[in-house]
Design a protein around this ligand. Structure first.
Ligand SMILES: [Zn+2]
Ligand SMILES: [Zn+2]
Length: 366
Protein backbone atom coordinates (compact mmCIF):
# COMPACT_ATOMS: atom_id res chain seq x y z
CA UNK A 1 0.00 0.00 0.00
CA UNK A 2 2.48 2.63 -1.14
CA UNK A 3 1.88 6.32 -0.52
CA UNK A 4 0.26 8.13 -3.41
CA UNK A 5 1.09 11.54 -4.90
CA UNK A 6 -2.28 13.07 -3.97
CA UNK A 7 -5.22 12.19 -1.74
CA UNK A 8 -8.88 13.20 -1.84
CA UNK A 9 -10.20 15.07 1.19
CA UNK A 10 -13.58 16.47 2.23
CA UNK A 11 -13.03 20.15 3.01
CA UNK A 12 -15.22 22.42 5.13
CA UNK A 13 -14.41 25.83 3.57
CA UNK A 14 -16.07 28.00 6.25
CA UNK A 15 -18.92 27.82 8.76
CA UNK A 16 -22.25 27.03 7.06
CA UNK A 17 -20.53 26.58 3.67
CA UNK A 18 -21.10 23.43 1.61
CA UNK A 19 -18.50 20.68 1.91
CA UNK A 20 -16.27 20.21 -1.15
CA UNK A 21 -13.85 17.57 -2.36
CA UNK A 22 -10.23 18.54 -2.88
CA UNK A 23 -7.07 16.74 -3.89
CA UNK A 24 -4.17 17.42 -1.52
CA UNK A 25 -0.54 16.55 -2.18
CA UNK A 26 1.38 14.03 -0.13
CA UNK A 27 3.14 16.07 2.56
CA UNK A 28 6.83 15.89 3.36
CA UNK A 29 7.19 12.66 5.35
CA UNK A 30 9.24 13.93 8.27
CA UNK A 31 10.93 11.31 10.47
CA UNK A 32 8.82 10.53 13.55
CA UNK A 33 5.51 10.93 11.76
CA UNK A 34 3.25 8.35 10.14
CA UNK A 35 1.05 8.36 7.06
CA UNK A 36 -2.27 6.59 7.61
CA UNK A 37 -4.63 5.44 4.94
CA UNK A 38 -7.94 6.19 6.64
CA UNK A 39 -10.35 3.30 7.14
CA UNK A 40 -12.99 5.19 9.15
CA UNK A 41 -13.33 8.67 10.53
CA UNK A 42 -16.25 9.59 12.68
CA UNK A 43 -18.81 12.33 12.34
CA UNK A 44 -19.88 13.58 15.74
CA UNK A 45 -21.54 16.56 17.39
CA UNK A 46 -18.23 18.42 17.35
CA UNK A 47 -18.25 18.38 13.56
CA UNK A 48 -21.75 19.86 13.57
CA UNK A 49 -20.50 22.57 15.96
CA UNK A 50 -17.58 23.18 13.55
CA UNK A 51 -20.01 23.55 10.68
CA UNK A 52 -22.03 26.05 12.70
CA UNK A 53 -18.89 28.02 13.57
CA UNK A 54 -19.43 27.48 17.30
CA UNK A 55 -15.85 26.57 18.24
CA UNK A 56 -13.18 29.23 18.62
CA UNK A 57 -9.73 29.13 17.04
CA UNK A 58 -10.70 27.00 14.03
CA UNK A 59 -8.48 27.80 11.01
CA UNK A 60 -11.02 27.29 8.19
CA UNK A 61 -10.84 25.79 5.64
CA UNK A 62 -10.40 22.51 7.49
CA UNK A 63 -10.58 18.78 6.83
CA UNK A 64 -12.82 17.63 9.71
CA UNK A 65 -12.48 14.24 11.35
CA UNK A 66 -10.69 13.95 14.66
CA UNK A 67 -11.09 10.36 15.89
CA UNK A 68 -10.12 8.04 13.04
CA UNK A 69 -8.80 4.56 12.35
CA UNK A 70 -6.39 3.75 9.58
CA UNK A 71 -3.61 1.57 8.27
CA UNK A 72 -0.02 2.75 8.42
CA UNK A 73 1.02 3.37 4.80
CA UNK A 74 4.39 4.99 5.43
CA UNK A 75 6.74 5.30 8.37
CA UNK A 76 9.69 7.52 7.49
CA UNK A 77 11.60 6.48 10.63
CA UNK A 78 11.17 3.76 13.28
CA UNK A 79 8.37 4.48 15.75
CA UNK A 80 7.49 2.45 18.86
CA UNK A 81 4.30 2.09 20.86
CA UNK A 82 4.24 2.69 24.64
CA UNK A 83 5.43 -0.89 25.23
CA UNK A 84 8.43 -0.32 22.96
CA UNK A 85 7.03 -2.50 20.17
CA UNK A 86 7.80 -1.00 16.74
CA UNK A 87 4.94 0.05 14.49
CA UNK A 88 5.05 -1.41 11.00
CA UNK A 89 3.47 -0.49 7.69
CA UNK A 90 0.12 -2.28 7.51
CA UNK A 91 -0.62 -1.96 11.24
CA UNK A 92 -4.17 -0.82 12.05
CA UNK A 93 -4.00 2.10 14.46
CA UNK A 94 -5.82 5.05 15.93
CA UNK A 95 -4.21 8.05 17.63
CA UNK A 96 -4.72 10.76 20.21
CA UNK A 97 -6.29 13.54 18.14
CA UNK A 98 -4.49 16.14 20.29
CA UNK A 99 -1.00 17.05 19.11
CA UNK A 100 1.64 19.44 20.33
CA UNK A 101 1.00 19.66 24.09
CA UNK A 102 4.21 21.45 24.90
CA UNK A 103 5.43 19.90 28.15
CA UNK A 104 6.93 23.28 29.04
CA UNK A 105 4.03 25.50 30.10
CA UNK A 106 2.34 26.20 33.45
CA UNK A 107 -0.53 23.78 32.65
CA UNK A 108 1.76 20.98 31.45
CA UNK A 109 4.40 21.26 34.17
CA UNK A 110 2.98 22.89 37.29
CA UNK A 111 -0.71 21.97 37.49
CA UNK A 112 -0.40 18.90 35.19
CA UNK A 113 -3.55 19.81 33.27
CA UNK A 114 -2.21 18.89 29.84
CA UNK A 115 -5.69 19.10 28.29
CA UNK A 116 -5.53 22.84 29.04
CA UNK A 117 -2.10 23.34 27.41
CA UNK A 118 -2.44 26.41 25.17
CA UNK A 119 -0.12 24.90 22.53
CA UNK A 120 -2.25 21.83 21.90
CA UNK A 121 -3.75 21.42 18.45
CA UNK A 122 -6.39 18.92 17.40
CA UNK A 123 -6.48 17.07 14.09
CA UNK A 124 -9.68 17.91 12.23
CA UNK A 125 -10.45 20.89 14.50
CA UNK A 126 -7.57 23.28 15.07
CA UNK A 127 -5.35 22.06 12.23
CA UNK A 128 -6.60 23.32 8.89
CA UNK A 129 -6.01 22.61 5.22
CA UNK A 130 -2.95 24.87 5.35
CA UNK A 131 -1.45 22.25 7.71
CA UNK A 132 -1.91 19.61 4.99
CA UNK A 133 -3.65 16.26 5.39
CA UNK A 134 -4.53 16.94 9.02
CA UNK A 135 -8.11 15.68 9.33
CA UNK A 136 -9.68 12.24 9.08
CA UNK A 137 -12.26 12.94 6.35
CA UNK A 138 -9.67 12.13 3.71
CA UNK A 139 -8.12 9.13 2.06
CA UNK A 140 -5.02 9.72 4.16
CA UNK A 141 -3.96 11.64 7.23
CA UNK A 142 -0.40 12.68 7.97
CA UNK A 143 0.34 12.24 11.66
CA UNK A 144 3.02 14.75 12.47
CA UNK A 145 6.06 13.76 14.55
CA UNK A 146 5.06 13.60 18.20
CA UNK A 147 1.55 12.26 17.55
CA UNK A 148 0.62 9.42 19.91
CA UNK A 149 -0.53 6.34 17.99
CA UNK A 150 -2.33 3.35 19.53
CA UNK A 151 -2.37 -0.04 17.84
CA UNK A 152 -5.75 -1.77 17.58
CA UNK A 153 -5.35 -5.33 18.90
CA UNK A 154 -6.20 -8.07 16.38
CA UNK A 155 -9.42 -8.92 18.24
CA UNK A 156 -10.73 -5.34 18.03
CA UNK A 157 -12.73 -4.68 14.87
CA UNK A 158 -12.17 -1.09 13.63
CA UNK A 159 -15.99 -0.71 13.46
CA UNK A 160 -16.23 -1.37 17.19
CA UNK A 161 -13.64 1.23 18.10
CA UNK A 162 -14.96 3.90 15.76
CA UNK A 163 -18.53 3.13 16.89
CA UNK A 164 -17.40 4.17 20.37
CA UNK A 165 -15.16 6.85 18.89
CA UNK A 166 -14.56 10.14 20.66
CA UNK A 167 -17.65 9.53 22.81
CA UNK A 168 -15.99 6.45 24.27
CA UNK A 169 -12.70 8.27 24.84
CA UNK A 170 -14.50 11.19 26.52
CA UNK A 171 -16.57 8.79 28.62
CA UNK A 172 -13.40 7.05 29.86
CA UNK A 173 -12.26 10.44 31.13
CA UNK A 174 -15.69 11.37 32.58
CA UNK A 175 -16.16 8.06 34.40
CA UNK A 176 -12.61 8.37 35.73
CA UNK A 177 -13.43 11.89 37.00
CA UNK A 178 -16.66 10.57 38.54
CA UNK A 179 -14.70 7.79 40.28
CA UNK A 180 -17.47 5.31 39.60
CA UNK A 181 -16.87 2.21 41.71
CA UNK A 182 -18.54 -1.13 42.31
CA UNK A 183 -21.86 -0.80 44.12
CA UNK A 184 -22.48 2.85 43.26
CA UNK A 185 -25.60 4.42 41.78
CA UNK A 186 -25.10 6.66 38.75
CA UNK A 187 -27.21 8.96 36.59
CA UNK A 188 -26.07 9.82 33.09
CA UNK A 189 -27.66 12.88 31.49
CA UNK A 190 -27.70 12.76 27.70
CA UNK A 191 -28.17 9.75 25.43
CA UNK A 192 -25.73 10.72 22.68
CA UNK A 193 -22.39 8.99 22.06
CA UNK A 194 -20.75 10.25 25.29
CA UNK A 195 -23.79 9.39 27.41
CA UNK A 196 -24.12 5.92 25.89
CA UNK A 197 -20.49 5.08 26.60
CA UNK A 198 -20.69 6.63 30.09
CA UNK A 199 -23.57 4.23 30.80
CA UNK A 200 -21.57 1.27 29.48
CA UNK A 201 -18.43 2.16 31.43
CA UNK A 202 -20.42 2.75 34.63
CA UNK A 203 -21.92 -0.72 34.20
CA UNK A 204 -18.46 -2.22 33.61
CA UNK A 205 -17.25 -0.40 36.74
CA UNK A 206 -19.86 -2.21 38.79
CA UNK A 207 -22.51 0.46 39.29
CA UNK A 208 -25.65 -1.29 40.54
CA UNK A 209 -28.17 1.24 39.33
CA UNK A 210 -27.67 3.38 36.24
CA UNK A 211 -30.26 5.95 35.18
CA UNK A 212 -30.03 7.12 31.58
CA UNK A 213 -31.92 10.37 31.11
CA UNK A 214 -32.38 11.84 27.65
CA UNK A 215 -34.22 11.44 24.38
CA UNK A 216 -35.42 10.22 21.92
CA UNK A 217 -37.00 6.96 23.08
CA UNK A 218 -34.91 4.92 20.62
CA UNK A 219 -31.70 6.16 22.24
CA UNK A 220 -33.02 5.31 25.69
CA UNK A 221 -33.80 1.80 24.45
CA UNK A 222 -30.24 1.60 23.18
CA UNK A 223 -28.96 2.84 26.56
CA UNK A 224 -30.57 -0.22 28.16
CA UNK A 225 -28.47 -2.40 25.90
CA UNK A 226 -25.41 -0.39 26.98
CA UNK A 227 -26.18 -1.18 30.62
CA UNK A 228 -28.77 1.31 31.89
CA UNK A 229 -31.05 -0.19 34.54
CA UNK A 230 -33.55 2.69 34.33
CA UNK A 231 -34.36 5.20 31.61
CA UNK A 232 -36.25 8.46 31.88
CA UNK A 233 -37.34 10.54 28.88
CA UNK A 234 -37.20 14.31 28.68
CA UNK A 235 -40.99 14.32 28.29
CA UNK A 236 -41.04 13.72 32.05
CA UNK A 237 -40.75 17.18 33.73
CA UNK A 238 -37.39 17.79 35.49
CA UNK A 239 -38.82 17.76 39.03
CA UNK A 240 -40.54 14.44 38.34
CA UNK A 241 -37.30 12.99 36.96
CA UNK A 242 -35.57 13.93 40.21
CA UNK A 243 -38.44 12.44 42.19
CA UNK A 244 -38.21 9.15 40.24
CA UNK A 245 -34.46 8.95 40.89
CA UNK A 246 -34.85 9.77 44.58
CA UNK A 247 -37.61 7.23 45.02
CA UNK A 248 -35.45 4.53 43.43
CA UNK A 249 -32.48 5.35 45.69
CA UNK A 250 -34.09 5.29 49.12
CA UNK A 251 -34.83 9.01 48.92
CA UNK A 252 -31.14 9.94 48.62
CA UNK A 253 -30.29 10.57 44.98
CA UNK A 254 -27.41 8.93 43.14
CA UNK A 255 -23.75 8.75 44.19
CA UNK A 256 -22.54 10.25 40.92
CA UNK A 257 -24.04 12.16 38.00
CA UNK A 258 -22.30 12.42 34.64
CA UNK A 259 -23.64 15.30 32.58
CA UNK A 260 -23.25 14.57 28.86
CA UNK A 261 -26.29 16.43 27.59
CA UNK A 262 -24.95 19.80 26.48
CA UNK A 263 -27.95 21.87 27.59
CA UNK A 264 -27.16 24.24 30.49
CA UNK A 265 -30.35 23.06 32.27
CA UNK A 266 -28.77 19.62 32.61
CA UNK A 267 -26.24 21.05 35.10
CA UNK A 268 -29.00 22.20 37.43
CA UNK A 269 -30.75 18.86 36.98
CA UNK A 270 -27.53 17.02 37.82
CA UNK A 271 -27.34 18.89 41.14
CA UNK A 272 -30.92 17.82 41.91
CA UNK A 273 -30.21 14.16 41.15
CA UNK A 274 -27.01 13.74 43.15
CA UNK A 275 -27.15 12.62 46.78
CA UNK A 276 -25.73 14.69 49.63
CA UNK A 277 -21.94 14.48 49.40
CA UNK A 278 -22.11 12.98 45.91
CA UNK A 279 -20.17 13.96 42.81
CA UNK A 280 -21.23 15.70 39.60
CA UNK A 281 -19.04 15.61 36.49
CA UNK A 282 -19.76 18.16 33.76
CA UNK A 283 -18.62 16.79 30.40
CA UNK A 284 -21.35 17.92 28.01
CA UNK A 285 -20.92 21.71 27.99
CA UNK A 286 -18.38 21.56 25.17
CA UNK A 287 -19.66 24.74 23.52
CA UNK A 288 -21.11 27.89 25.04
CA UNK A 289 -24.87 27.34 25.08
CA UNK A 290 -25.60 29.94 27.70
CA UNK A 291 -26.11 30.11 31.44
CA UNK A 292 -28.46 28.53 33.92
CA UNK A 293 -29.89 29.37 37.31
CA UNK A 294 -28.31 27.42 40.17
CA UNK A 295 -29.45 27.68 43.78
CA UNK A 296 -26.13 27.54 45.67
CA UNK A 297 -27.67 26.98 49.10
CA UNK A 298 -29.98 24.10 48.25
CA UNK A 299 -28.12 22.58 45.34
CA UNK A 300 -24.46 22.82 46.35
CA UNK A 301 -23.50 24.08 49.79
CA UNK A 302 -26.16 22.35 51.85
CA UNK A 303 -25.79 19.16 49.82
CA UNK A 304 -22.02 19.16 50.40
CA UNK A 305 -21.70 18.19 46.77
CA UNK A 306 -18.56 17.95 44.66
CA UNK A 307 -18.62 19.38 41.12
CA UNK A 308 -15.89 18.52 38.61
CA UNK A 309 -15.36 19.69 35.06
CA UNK A 310 -13.99 17.37 32.39
CA UNK A 311 -12.17 18.94 29.45
CA UNK A 312 -10.57 17.04 26.58
CA UNK A 313 -8.68 13.78 26.73
CA UNK A 314 -5.09 12.75 27.03
CA UNK A 315 -3.22 9.72 25.74
CA UNK A 316 -4.26 7.55 28.69
CA UNK A 317 -7.94 7.88 27.79
CA UNK A 318 -7.43 6.78 24.18
CA UNK A 319 -5.14 3.96 25.28
CA UNK A 320 -7.67 2.67 27.77
CA UNK A 321 -10.58 3.17 25.35
CA UNK A 322 -8.83 0.86 22.88
CA UNK A 323 -8.20 -1.80 25.54
CA UNK A 324 -11.79 -1.56 26.83
CA UNK A 325 -13.28 -1.80 23.33
CA UNK A 326 -11.05 -4.81 22.60
CA UNK A 327 -12.05 -6.58 25.81
CA UNK A 328 -15.78 -5.78 25.88
CA UNK A 329 -16.61 -5.01 22.24
CA UNK A 330 -18.56 -8.24 21.82
CA UNK A 331 -20.71 -7.54 24.87
CA UNK A 332 -21.34 -3.83 24.42
CA UNK A 333 -22.87 -2.81 21.09
CA UNK A 334 -20.58 0.11 20.25
CA UNK A 335 -20.46 -0.83 16.60
CA UNK A 336 -24.24 -0.57 16.37
CA UNK A 337 -24.04 3.08 17.31
CA UNK A 338 -22.92 3.72 13.71
CA UNK A 339 -26.17 4.72 12.02
CA UNK A 340 -24.76 5.69 8.64
CA UNK A 341 -21.67 5.22 6.47
CA UNK A 342 -20.82 7.97 4.01
CA UNK A 343 -18.31 8.38 1.20
CA UNK A 344 -16.08 11.48 1.19
CA UNK A 345 -18.28 13.09 -1.44
CA UNK A 346 -21.28 12.70 0.88
CA UNK A 347 -19.66 14.29 3.95
CA UNK A 348 -22.29 17.06 3.86
CA UNK A 349 -25.06 14.46 4.07
CA UNK A 350 -23.29 12.83 7.00
CA UNK A 351 -23.23 16.17 8.83
CA UNK A 352 -26.96 16.64 8.17
CA UNK A 353 -27.79 13.16 9.44
CA UNK A 354 -25.96 13.82 12.72
CA UNK A 355 -27.36 17.34 13.05
CA UNK A 356 -30.94 16.12 12.55
CA UNK A 357 -30.21 13.32 15.03
CA UNK A 358 -31.30 10.72 12.48
CA UNK A 359 -28.26 8.76 13.60
CA UNK A 360 -26.31 8.72 16.89
CA UNK A 361 -23.06 8.43 14.99
CA UNK A 362 -22.05 8.50 11.35
CA UNK A 363 -18.72 7.45 9.87
CA UNK A 364 -16.87 8.57 6.78
CA UNK A 365 -15.47 5.69 4.77
CA UNK A 366 -12.90 7.27 2.43
ZN1 LIG B 1 1.85 22.96 27.61
ZN1 LIG C 1 -15.95 13.63 18.13
Amino acid sequence: MPARATYAAAVMPAPRAAMRLEQLPLPALDPGGALLHVTYSEVCGTDVHLHHGRLSGVPYPIIPGHVSVGTIAALPAPLNDVEGVPYREGDVVTFLDVHGSCGRCYQCLVTKQTTRCPSRRVYGISYGVRDGLAGGWAQAIWLKPGTHLVRLPAELAPETFIGGGCGLVTAVHAVERAEVRVGMTVAVLGAGPVGQSAVALSALSGAVRIFAIGDPASRLEFAKRMGATDVIGLDVPPNERAELVRRATGGHGVDAVIEAAGAPDAVSQALDLVRDGGRVVIAGQYTDTGDVLIHPHWQINRKHVEIRGCWGSDYSHVHRAVQIAARFGERIPWREMIGGRFALADAGKALEAVERREVTKAVIVP
